[in-house]
Write a protein that binds this ligand. Structure first.
Ligand code: EPU
Length: 419
């Protein structure tokens, strides 16, 4: 069943604990393959993408046990180096299992990864990086076969600070002899979290959070117990929900220092924010101020993963707004669905810009989630709209948001599955 009806119940007056980070948990789950012993991860969100990562670990021979947000992985015996097609096609992050497999087993086989369709999403930087480390990479009818008789540390300069490529190459490089330097590396918090995880496991990674990451390969690993940080994108999503529905929201487990650009945009829009450690209170303004011109950018810029969720809120702003997407070639898929709800947004495909007309109140409609974050934008829209909204293909949203129907109810909305 993947159709959810949402009815907005007016201004929020709610408290919510933010789930653990999806995009940090997935590479850390892959990194568990590096250690022939036990890894325990706490605070992992129980979402579809994590379930897929667990299936991949099991298919490769690891034992995995889950208990709410705690996942125990025992990777003593890795018996398989081929990642099953059905899991590769489910999510983008499946690709980072290749780097870990190369480091541990010197072999990795997989088809090209699936995941949200946000325009062209090649993995050429990942594969070229593997080659620089000394792997043979062949592609036979969509199947990537990578193998090595032994990797050697080297310098790798990424053409763009790709998050996935940085993570994948960090994972592979811990299995190389000598030192690898990744230049133009992604600085995203998820890369920092992966580096922390690897260091706690006994490996040597420095520079994460800057554009140069140094990995000294060939170190011994040991058992590790690691706790994931809160999800900065889930936190931002619920803050924007508050902006759209009105009222106020207390969030706990917020990675505040990793959310500066998002929080600054919320303040520009008129939000009143109160921060107390990892707790944050947001009070929505009576009138939302437009965002004249905002560009998404790699961290520490405004995250592309927040762009879709901003659109429904800007519809009710005092003036028109303009958003430019610079990370992905085609990420305005929420627009068509928001237009069904009354939004007046036009997209310039060539310039990758969306013009959002302000002063528009959205109404409920039958819509369909095109991908994870565009789906989250529809939830936000529904929570501030007049009347019922029915969101089809809701499974896209469940890939990234834990117990989302419960969350909608905590926020004061009504959520009910329909056939
Ligand atoms: N790119 C290439 N070649 C590559 C790799 C990337 O051309 O080999 C290009 C992409 O096409 C894109 C740009 O580089 O235009 C950035 O892609 P990146 O590799 O940084 O993205 P990703 O690793 O595929 C992760 C997150 C995304 C998030 C982006 C950007 C995970 C699992 N996914 O994707 O999160 O949007 O970084 O921050 O960590 C989401 O959570 O909804 C999501 C899509």
């Amino acid at each position: 069943m993947s159709r959810l009806r949402i009815r907005n119940c007016g201004p929020l007056q709610a408290e919510l604990r933010v789930q653990g980070s999806k995009n940090s948990s997935l590479p850390c789950l892959a990194a568990a393959l590096l250690h022939p012993g036990t890894t325990v991860l706490e605070g992992v969100p129980m979402i579809e993408d994590v379930a897929t990562a667990i299936e991949i670990l099991r298919a490769l021979g690891a034992g995995v046990w889950t208990d709410e947000g705690r996942i125990t992985i025992c990777a003593n015996d890795i018996t398989n180096t081929r990642i099953p097609v059905q899991y590769m096609k489910k999510m983008r992050s499946s690709a980072v299992f290749m780097g870990a497999l190369l480091a541990r087993m010197k072999n990795a086989e997989a088809v090209y990864p699936g995941g949200c369709v946000l325009g062209n999403r090649p993995i050429n930087f990942h594969l070229e990086g593997f080659q620089r480390l000394g792997c043979d990479v062949a592609v036979q009818e969509d199947v990537i076969i990578a193998k090595t008789s032994g990797m050697t540390g080297t310098g790798i300069k990424l053409p763009f600070p790709s998050v996935g490529a940085t993570e994948n190459l960090m994972l592979a490089a811990v299995g190389a002899e000598g030192t690898t330097m990744i230049e133009n590396a992604a600085k995203e918090p998820e890369v920092i979290e992966l580096a922390r995880f690897l260091n706690r496991m006994g490996l040597e990674v420095s520079g994460a959070g800057t554009s140069k990451i140094c990995i000294r390969g060939g170190q011994k690993t040991h058992d590790i117990h690691f706790c994931m940080s809160g999800d900065r994108i889930a936190a931002g999503t619920w803050l924007l929900c508050c902006m759209n529905a009105g009222g106020s929201l207390w969030l706990d487990n917020v990675p505040v220092s990793w959310m500066r650009s998002t929080l600054s945009v919320l303040e520009q829009m008129g939000a009143s924010l109160r921060i107390d450690g990892t707790r944050l209170e947001c009070t929505a303004p009576q009138k939302i101020r437009a965002v004249k011109h905002l560009k998404t950018a790699p961290y520490p810029g405004f995250p592309t993963d927040m762009q879709s969720q901003l659109l429904p809120v800007l519809c009710r702003a005092d003036e028109d707004s303009c958003i430019c997407e610079t990370v992905f070639s085609s990420r305005f898929c929420a627009v068509r669905e928001l237009v069904r709800m009354g939004a007046r947004i036009t997209v310039d495909q060539e310039k990758n810009l969306a013009w959002v007309q302000g002063g528009v109140r959205l109404h409920g409609a039958d819509v369909s989630a095109p991908d994870l974050r565009a789906g989250a934008a529809l939830v936000i829209a529904a929570m501030g709209a007049g009347g019922d909204t029915i969101i089809d293909n809701f499974y896209h949203i469940e890939r990234g948001y834990e117990r989302i129907t419960d969350t909608i109810r905590i926020l004061g909305g009504e959520a009910c599955w329909i056939c």
